[in-house]
Design a protein around this ligand. Structure first.
Ligand SMILES: [Zn+2]
Length: 894
């Protein structure tokens, strides 16, 4: 799954912060297709194991209900009188169990809504052996992306239409079919769906048969799937177009609402391009006969895309390239999300984590693979720097005491949903990147191939992966890997004065732990890691050494400027002495962009946490060269924008920050121009949009004036704004809007046809800085107008500038807001609204909300936000003082 990191990750000061178990074979129980390990945490008693589901489903889209039948082949492994399956919001009308070669017996069914189970009780004991369980039931079609759900949209003819899709990860297959809905119960699936004869039905496998059953209904039957986990099953039905291509002997396709075929070309080409690369990388061809990616009109607070085997689901906004609204960033995101989801076809679908505590195996790997693939096919997109930016995103969470290890115990459905966070994805990705660097890319790939070969169609644990990679030749990898996946937090490499000895730089280092909110404790008793540390001096070839104690001596060939972690693949922070930091500042322009990025990131994180003065970071920021790499310029303007937000309530300081930012970046934007040009590189196009957005947010007068001019133009000619810059310019206009402008934007939103445009425009309406308009946006979010899946995004968008207002609004309208949030996000939506705030009075409010609505074991997101707010409240005054002092010492005439 590709989650919506933007909402869930570090916000604080934007830019500034921007238990391995081993497999115990003897306790495993043999089944027809796989083994089930009795030691795994589970909600279901291990008395029976399914091997095959034959499902028939008849959706009633107009009444948001469906009828289902399922016949499950299963093996009872322990004498029992009852079978317990997962089921929620399903009403069973009939259930019988037939022993192999025997007569059917009826079951009594009781549902437990809290445990999300249905218990089938029988008149006499079931002996171990093979059975078939037949169940007839009725279920609900949801309006958010959980289970079987509906998305409403305006179709190409201008009429209201409704399509159906499924979303099962982590634990929502049980809303579609009574099942052993845990990842290690792998089984095969047959699906037959009765849908309107004019619709197209899509599932994991190609259809084998489509039969007219009268009354305008057809029954579509799909080929049997390979053995797989229940969360990977998929079904969709609607008025779709499907475009296809052959790639490496497989049919790849994009399915989208009718009339959107052209917008799907880019994604289709990416899919066709990536497939052979993965066939080779994983050492085995894609396992299914076809691979679709299905576009859904709408959105989710929780995720962008889902790796159903053979039928990926992606929200339209992240799959279709629409020249009327898509930016360069959108285009790159389409490629990256495809690469992520396709990596799951092997890593996740073919080999699946045994339980959710190893979710990172799926997500960290897919995130890393997406970045690697992007760098392979688009070396000019700056993927190496994005990798560091992803690391920063993870470190933003990992620096707080409320973090968790990459591998973590998961006991509840809610905890499984919460596990989809930046630690799982981006720390996982960063650790893999570090380990690949340690192993060498060829050894690493061989280990992955061995792992795939050994565990195809099975379940795995983290230790299986390390074993395979060590086995391929990466000696010592296990120790590093274990430390970084089973311990939380970020190592801190603190350097002493360096010396030049016989043409070598020698520097003592103290190895501790970096922390935002428990600096003293971390310094007193830091964790230790096996850390692979690379170092260069004066640009010579890097040395590598592994440390695993609290002190070390690092050496590097040569005696020039010392740089630790060149290439930035190490997951740790580096604190230089003032002399070393000053040398790096002077050499900054000659360093690789990826190292410039890493140095800036470390500097600001260390300054914010109080490890070094902020002036050191501000000096670096102000010294970014005028012609810096586009990603460094993007980082620079982003840092100024973050500082501007952090100085709320001090308009004089904000003006000074705006002037600093404009001095560096307004000329850069002038050189790039306000409109796209023929000769633009991908990075130029990205940077232009960023500069417009950030300078506009800072209130830079030229940019704000151009926004106003464009708004007037656009009312005369809707095409006056180039599509690729529409979001950036409308963002500037919306944030600075007065009531009249807001009304103009509102009319645009209401008149927009495409689901993507609507969701963007309504979120923009909610991004206003103006209090009264923000209130208006909140009221609008509860009306029917934006659409069922768009409203929650509006509330989150209001929270960017008005966290207190958004929180109070949600708390006083809970009954209306709850149906607008996907179930998977229910325990963290409220927490996400306020994580950027520094208003400590919000902490008791969110805790009171949690006490009333969230079980104690599921409150981590609330505690995370509370910790972050408290930290902001404690540290923002100091940071503000340091910023003001620096601005005073570095005046420029605005
Ligand atoms: Zn994923």
């Amino acid at each position: 799954m590709k989650i919506r990191i933007a909402l869930l990750a570090a916000v604080a000061l934007t830019g500034l912060v921007s238990a391995c178990r081993s497999t115990s074979g003897d306790r495993a129980v043999e089944t027809g297709t796989d083994t089930v390990d009795a030691t795994l945490p589970t909600q279901l008693p291990r008395t029976a194991i399914p091997s095959h589901y034959a499902i028939e489903v008849t959706p009633h889209a107009d009444t948001l209900a469906f009828d289902g039948r399922v016949a499950i082949d299963l093996k009872v492994i322990k004498t029992t009188r009852e079978l317990v399956l997962n089921a929620v919001d399903l009403t069973v009308s009939q259930a019988t169990l037939t022993p192999n070669g025997g007569q059917p017996v009826a079951a009594q069914v009781t549902a437990d809504a809290d445990k999300q189970t249905a218990t089938f009780t029988f008149p006499s004991e079931l002996k171990p052996g093979e059975y078939k369980l037949d169940i007839a039931y009725r279920g609900k079609i949801n309006t958010q992306a959980n289970g079987l759900f509906a998305l409403d949209y305006t179709n190409v003819d201008g009429h209201q239409a409704r399509s159906l899709f499924t979303q099962f990860e982590a634990s929502d297959a049980r809303r579609f079919v009574p099942s052993w809905d845990e990842p290690d119960y792998k089984a095969t699936f047959d699906l037959t769906a009765r849908v309107p004869a004019t619709d197209m039905a899509v599932s994991n496998m190609p259809a084998t048969e489509s039969k007219d059953v009268g009354n305008g209904v057809k029954a579509v039957t799909f080929q049997t799937t390979p053995v797989m986990s229940s969360y990977l099953l998929f079904f969709a039905s609607g008025d779709f177009d499907r475009i296809t291509k052959m790639s490496a002997g497989r049919e790849v396709g994009i399915v989208a609402s009718r009339g959107n075929g052209d917008k799907a070309r880019y994604a289709l080409d990416a899919e066709a391009q990536i497939l052979p690369y993965y066939n080779d990388y994983f050492g085995r061809p894609y396992a299914l006969p076809k691979l679709d990616n299905v576009a859904g009109p709408g959105q989710s607070v929780f995720f962008d895309a889902m790796e159903n085997w053979g039928a990926i689901f992606t929200f339209e906004k992240r799959l279709l390239l629409d020249p009327a609204i898509s930016s360069e960033a959108d285009k790159q995101a389409i490629f990256s999300i495809e690469a992520h989801e396709m990596a799951h076809m092997w890593f996740g679908d073919l080999v699946t984590m045994a339980w959710w505590d190893d979710l990172w195996l799926n997500e960290g790997f897919a995130s890393w693979m997406a970045n690697k693939t992007t760098q392979h096919f688009h070396p000019d997109w700056g993927g190496d720097i994005d990798q560091v930016s992803d690391r920063e995103n993870a470190m933003g969470l990992d620096a707080f005491a409320t973090t968790h290890p990459v591998v973590q115990p998961i006991r509840t459905v809610e905890q499984a949903n919460q596990a989809f966070d930046s630690i799982t994805y981006k720390k996982g990705q960063s650790v893999i990147s570090m380990l690949e660097g340690f192993a060498g890319s060829d050894v690493w790939r061989q280990g992955i191939r061995d792992y795939m070969a050994k565990l195809a169609y099975k379940n795995s644990r983290t230790s299986d992966l390390w074993g395979a990679i060590e086995g391929a030749g990466a000696k010592g990898l296990m120790a590093v890997a274990r430390d970084f996946t089973t311990q939380p937090g970020i190592p801190l490499v603190q350097l002493g004065a360096s010396r030049c000895v016989n043409g070598q730089t020698v520097v003592p280092a103290t190895l501790g732990q970096f922390s935002n909110d428990r600096r003293q404790q971390a310094a007193a008793s830091p964790l230790t890691w096996h850390i692979p540390i690379r170092a260069t001096a004066g640009g010579g070839s890097p040395s590598l050494q592994i440390t695993n104690s609290h002190s070390a001596t690092i050496s590097a060939a040569g005696c020039g400027t010392l740089l630790i972690n060149p290439g930035q693949t190490g997951y740790f922070r580096v604190l230089y002495t003032p002399e070393q930091a000053e040398a790096l500042r002077r050499a900054f322009g000659s360093l690789q962009p990826v190292d410039q990025y890493g140095i800036l990131a470390d500097a600001f994180a260390l300054s914010n946490a109080g490890y070094q003065p902020l002036s050191r970071s501000l000096d670096l920021l102000a010294g970014i060269p005028a012609d810096a790499h586009a990603k460094i310029a993007e980082r620079g303007i982003g840092d100024w924008a973050g500082l501007f937000r952090a100085m709320d309530g001090n308009p004089a300081a904000q003006i000074a920050i705006r002037n600093q930012a404009a001095r560096s970046y307004w000329p850069r934007l002038q050189r790039l121009g306000f409109t796209p040009s023929e000769g633009d590189s991908a990075l130029d196009a990205l940077l232009r949009a960023e500069l417009i957005a950030d300078l506009g947010m800072l209130g830079e007068p030229h940019v704000v004036a151009e926004g106003q001019r464009l708004l007037v133009e656009m009312q005369r000619d809707p095409k006056a704004l180039p599509g690729s810059l529409k979001t950036a310019w409308l963002g500037v206009i919306a944030q600075n809007a007065d009531a009249k402008t807001w009304d103009v934007l509102h009319r645009m939103a209401a008149g927009a046809r495409s689901a993507t445009e609507r969701s963007i425009y309504y979120a923009l309406l909610a991004s206003t800085k103006n209090d009264a308009l923000a209130r208006q946006a909140l009221d609008l979010s509860l009306s029917k107008e934006p659409g069922a899946t768009v409203s929650s995004g509006m509330i989150s968008s209001v929270a960017q500038y008005h966290p207190t207002m958004a929180l109070d609004f949600v708390l006083s309208h809970l009954a209306q807001v709850s149906p607008l949030i996907d179930l998977s996000s229910s325990s963290r939506f409220v927490a996400g609204l306020v994580q950027g705030s520094s208003d400590a009075t919000l902490i008791p409010k969110i805790r009171a909300y949690a006490a009333a609505h969230i079980k104690p074991e599921d409150r981590r997101p609330i505690e995370r936000s509370a910790a972050r707010i408290q930290w902001n409240a404690d540290n923002r005054p100091r940071i503000q003082r340091e910023v003001v002092a620096w601005l005073k010492a570095h005046p420029i005439n605005g």
